[in-house]
Design a binder for this molecule. Structure first.
Ligand SMILES: Nc1ncnc2c1ncn2[C@@H]1O[C@H](COP(=O)(O)OP(=O)(O)OP(=O)(O)O)[C@@H](O)[C@H]1O
Length: 292
């Protein structure tokens, strides 16, 4: 990420965007700064760069709020969130330099240290393997906490856990995300079902070997829904490659996607024997939240 001199500054890569950050501070500062954000930038990096660009006191704690649309509420963003993923959901005309009156911008807010500490009572991580202590209780706590922040996907290394949100989350399934996750190593961006589809698709093309994504979970946990997102992503990825027939093949595979108990038993035997990776490129575990 770099600071920019103004609206005319060229983008360094196709996925970079220029955003405005408006400081909301007790003291007088310049109105706003412009920052160029790229695919790897998190909210934390944006806050750091805005503090430098606005020449603010770096010993203070700041947070970033997103305003998405005129008159919309200000949404506080998590430090590790990928900021480009949010900006890509803004209307195209607001994804380059634009006036604040159009309603899409970020606010840099001075937050007190105590407030920050209360808000981070438990550690959060995109990958449960990164937790400092991996107990069942800790893992469930993190998943629950993420779910309440509308983060339904979490990795355990290259296994994806998908929690059924029971409502359509447009933030996750915007068609632009297929492109964003294309050719990205697993774990580089926030956990997503499209990342799983991309890994399977690339491995199939590179190794010229059939791939299998196993989806497991109790009834109503979102297996069918997850497979339709996978199919959507795979068919989109297959367009524009020499494997154009993939679309027809995948759509025709509906009946065999729902396999019987015997097959599951076989699949789990392979996992138990440590042969998982020979049989499945990836595993998606779907989870239904208990209402109590
Ligand atoms: N990712 C998701 N986003 C939005 N809604 C979802 C998602 N996953 C599941 N749901 C909701 O939960 C309902 C149940 O999901 P789904 O039919 O996929 O479960 P299932 O695991 O296939 O169940 P069964 O094993 O009984 O067939 C869906 O009809 C949908 O409303």
């Amino acid at each position: 990420m770099s600071t920019t001199d103004g609206p005319g500054t060229p983008h360094h890569d196709e996925e970079a965007r220029v955003v405005q950050i408006y400081p909301r501070l007790p003291q007088e500062t310049v109105d706003y700064c412009l920052l160029q954000i790229g695919i790897k930038d998190t909210v934390k990096t944006v806050i750091h760069n805005a503090v430098v660009a606005l020449d603010l006191d770096s010993s203070q704690t700041y947070s970033l709020l997103e305003v998405r649309g005129r008159g919309s509420k200000e949404t506080p963003l998590e430090d590790e969130e990928n900021i480009l993923l949010r900006v890509l959901l803004w209307p195209p005309e607001t994804q380059k330099w634009h006036h604040r009156s159009q309603g899409y911008y970020f606010i840099l807010h001075l937050s007190s240290n105590e407030a920050k500490q209360v808000g981070t009572s438990k550690e959060d991580s995109d990958d449960l393997c990164n937790l400092s202590s991996v107990t069942e209780e800790e893992a469930l706590q993190v998943l629950r906490q993420r779910f309440f922040k509308h983060k339904i996907y979490t990795y355990i290394s290259n296994i994806l856990i998908a929690i059924n949100p029971n409502k359509f989350l447009h933030l996750y399934y915007n068609p632009k995300y297929v492109k964003l996750y294309e050719n990205q190593p697993l774990g580089k961006l926030s956990p997503h079902i499209f990342a799983i589809a991309d890994v399977a698709f690339r491995t199939m093309l590179n190794r010229q070997v059939n791939q299998c994504i196993m989806i497991s979970g109790e009834s109503g946990s979102g297996k069918t829904e997850s497979s339709s997102y996978l199919i959507h992503c795979l068919t989109t990825l297959s367009q524009g490659t020499y494997s154009g027939g993939v679309e027809r093949a995948i759509l025709g595979a509906g009946p065999v996607l729902e396999c019987d108990a015997q097959w599951y038993e076989f699949a789990y035997q392979q996992i138990d024997c440590g042969r998982f990776y020979y049989f499945f490129s990836t595993l998606v575990l779907t989870v239904k939240m208990c209402p109590y």
